[in-house]
Each structure stands twice: as structure tokens, then as C-alpha cells.
Design a protein around this ligand. Structure first.
Ligand code: NAG
Ligand code: NAG
Length: 181
């Protein structure tokens, strides 16, 4: 082989090294997801949520926090829509129920805003502010629940229990990830 062929072979080896790189990285990042989720309160929820977004495989720990916050925003927003549809149906002749549901929709919308604000804090690496905003987001479902407790005649809908727990668990996971930053 002439020296130019050796050179081509050399280039080819470099190229194949790079070609192998992504495989190593992907496996490493699945490890990162699992390792990160182990330090949260809800390992299963954490892993399945993060793996549902392919960006997680290319993310560092802070990126995983950002993705989980996005999942929380979607969750809170879905509950606002659910409550709004409940408001439109069934309760036209029940002003108290309407009022309490409307308050709940507002609270879940504030939860979404707090989660949104935490994205800014993560971007500027002001992690204690991010932590506070996530704590606030996790607390808004309590404010909704308390609205029902104020009126013993009003049953707290089972569907809201599921949504309350769902959002709180997502926030717990985010807090666990922020603790690592
Ligand atoms: C994945 O996460 C990123 C970062 O939060 C977000 O921009 C993107 O919309 C998410 N993708 C899906 C499919 O939800
Ligand atoms: C989001 O909200 C729903 C409630 O409809 C809940 O069942 C679900 O587990 C929540 N969590 C995630 C990660 O989507």
C-alpha cells in the first residue's frame, strides 16, 4: 500500500471510532437515567417518564430535570383542561361546585406557572429558586383539595385524587433530581 492508502486506512479507523461513540453514549445515558431516578422518591415513574422522551438519552442531569418539569407542565395543563370540561358539564345548576372547580382550575394553572418559572431558574442555575418553585407547584393541588374540605357536602372527586397524586409525584421526582445538581 502507498502512503496515501495508509492515510485512508487511518482516516477510516478514526471514522469508525466515531461511529462507535454513539452506542457507548446511549448505553451510558440509560445508566444516567436509572442512576438519577434512584435518588428520587418514585423510581418507576421517573424512569418511565424520562424514557418516554427520547431527548433524555442525550441529556445530562440538569437536562433530565428540565424534561421532567416539561412532563409536569403537561400534567398540570391536562388537569386544567379536565376541570374546565367538568365546569362546562354537569354543574350548571350547582353554583358552589362550579366555584370550587373553578378555584381548582386556577390552582392547577398556577402550578403550571410555577413549573414554568422553575425552567428559568434551572437555566440560570439558581437551583434553590427552582426548588422553591417546584415546592409551590406541588402545594397548589393541596389548595384545590382544601377548597373541597371547606364544604363538607362536596365530595372530592376520585379523578382529582389521582391527578393530585400524579402531579405531586412528578414534583417529588424533580426535587430529587435538583438535589443532585
Ligand atoms: C422532550 O423534552 C424536551 C425538553 O423539555 C421538550 O422540548 C420536548 O418537547 C419533549 N418531547 C416530547 C415528545 O414531549
Ligand atoms: C399525569 O396525570 C394523570 C392524570 O390524568 C395521571 O394519571 C398520570 O399518571 C400523570 N403522570 C404522568 C407522568 O403523566
Amino acid at each position: 500500500m502507498g502512503s496515501s492508502s495508509w492515510f485512508m486506512l487511518f482516516l477510516f479507523s478514526i471514522a469508525s471510532l466515531h461511529f462507535h461513540q454513539p452506542i457507548v453514549t446511549v448505553r451510558g445515558d440509560t445508566d444516567l437515567i436509572e442512576k438519577t431516578c434512584k435518588s428520587t422518591k418514585h423510581y418507576g415513574l421517573c424512569v418511565s417518564s424520562l424514557k418516554s422522551n427520547t431527548s433524555s438519552l442525550k441529556s445530562d442531569t440538569k437536562g433530565l430535570a428540565v424534561i421532567m418539569v416539561g412532563i409536569g407542565i403537561a400534567n398540570a395543563t391536562a388537569t386544567v383542561s379536565f376541570l374546565s370540561s367538568q365546569l362546562l358539564s354537569a354543574t350548571a345548576n350547582d353554583p358552589l361546585m362550579r366555584k370550587v372547580l373553578k378555584d381548582c382550575a386556577d390552582k392547577y394553572s398556577y402550578a403550571g406557572n410555577s413549573l414554568q418559572a422553575s425552567l428559568q431558574d434551572l437555566a440560570t442555575q439558581t437551583y434553590d429558586y427552582a426548588y422553591m418553585n417546584i415546592m409551590a407547584a406541588a402545594d397548589y393541588p393541596n389548595a384545590c383539595h382544601n377548597g373541597f374540605r371547606r364544604y363538607p357536602g362536596l365530595a372530592y372527586p376520585a379523578e382529582l385524587t389521582v391527578r393530585e397524586d400524579g402531579l405531586k409525584h412528578i414534583c417529588d421526582v424533580v426535587l430529587g433530581i435538583i438535589d443532585l445538581l
